[in-house]
Design a protein around this ligand. Structure first.
Ligand SMILES: Nc1ncnc2c1ncn2[C@@H]1O[C@H](COP(=O)(O)OP(=O)(O)OP(=O)(O)O)[C@@H](O)[C@H]1O
Length: 265
């Protein structure tokens, strides 16, 4: 079906029902929209053409949830609906589902909301962009730095040592470029609960046997999960192989976000 017609229909519907945005899984095209238009470059959409309508709806819902999680994190739409336009379907999606899926509130006893939003968005950017054309993996451990230090050591000189706290504030986007650069270093980032970067290139000395995680996760994922089991901390990992962003607390993986869905406004 004509993609422009589908997107225009989605935009008209969005305006009619007061949706927050149109999320289009088609090739970008021009359209008259009074609500924000977000394009999703989804790498796996080709599989839709061989499926039944029922299967398409189920796949579309999954894709929409992945995209809605990113829209929710990026734009902080806390409630309302978005209209999703697929090559074969138009769906109305309740953003509450994305909010419940990520549920930043579940970490507020350790990490404030703003810091959690910032670290998750940064992790997603690292997963999507990589560095100098290659995928990179890294991890962030957020908690009391003194307690984290009891379970870790510096694998290299700490590049953040002596830097002004303003330069180390993760909630300030201007500081993300250096984080992306240091993400290429082995080890993890340590942040205090205010979101101030304490160190990079930190090696976690925790026994991964304290956690029971599905097989296939690498050493950094296991160590990040393990440190959240032995102290109040939240771990956010970016997998080099697979590009998934995961969140850990209490030794358990609580969120997994796909990064192969790329959204642009
Ligand atoms: N305990 C740890 N603390 C900090 N860094 C670690 C630890 N264990 C491994 N690493 C570092 O993480 C890097 C990646 O290791 P590995 O591939 O085993 O794990 P991963 O990052 O969990 O997996 P993925 O390949 O999915 O990113 C290695 O370069 C290693 O130095």
């Amino acid at each position: 079906m004509n993609e422009q017609l589908l997107v225009q229909t989605g935009a008209d519907l969005a305006e009619e029902i007061g949706a927050r945005a149109v999320v289009a899984f088609t090739r970008p095209c021009t359209c008259q929209a009074k609500v924000p238009l977000i394009w999703v470059q989804d790498l796996q959409l080709d599989i839709l053409k061989d499926l039944s309508m029922c299967e398409i709806l189920s796949v579309c819902e999954h894709h929409m949830l992945d995209a809605a999680v990113q829209v929710y994190l990026k734009d902080r739409f806390e409630d309302g609906t978005v209209v999703a336009v697929f090559p074969y379907a138009i769906l109305v999606f309740d953003l509450e589902k994305a909010k419940n899926f990520v549920n930043i509130k579940e970490y507020e006893d350790i990490v404030p909301r703003d810091v959690m939003y910032a670290v998750l968005n940064l992790a997603l950017e690292i997963a999507v962009e990589g560095r100098e054309g290659r995928a990179i993996g890294t991890a962030f451990v957020i908690g009391d730095p003194t307690k984290i230090a009891r379970h870790s050591h510096q694998a290299i000189l700490n590049p953040y040592a002596g830097h002004d706290p303003a330069y180390r504030d993760v909630t300030n986007r201007e500081n993300w470029e250096s984080v992306k650069e240091f993400a290429q270093i082995d080890g993890v980032f340590v942040l205090d609960t205010e979101g101030t970067l304490q160190s990079a290139g930190t090696y976690l000395d925790v026994n991964a046997k304290v956690v029971d995680l599905p097989p296939g996760l690498g050493g950094r994922h296991l160590a990040t999960a393990a440190i959240t089991a032995v102290m109040p901390a939240v771990g956010v990992t970016v997998s080099e192989s697979g590009g998934l962003v995961r969140v850990f607390r209490d030794g358990v993986c609580t969120i997994t976000i796909r990064s192969d869905i790329r959204i642009t406004s």
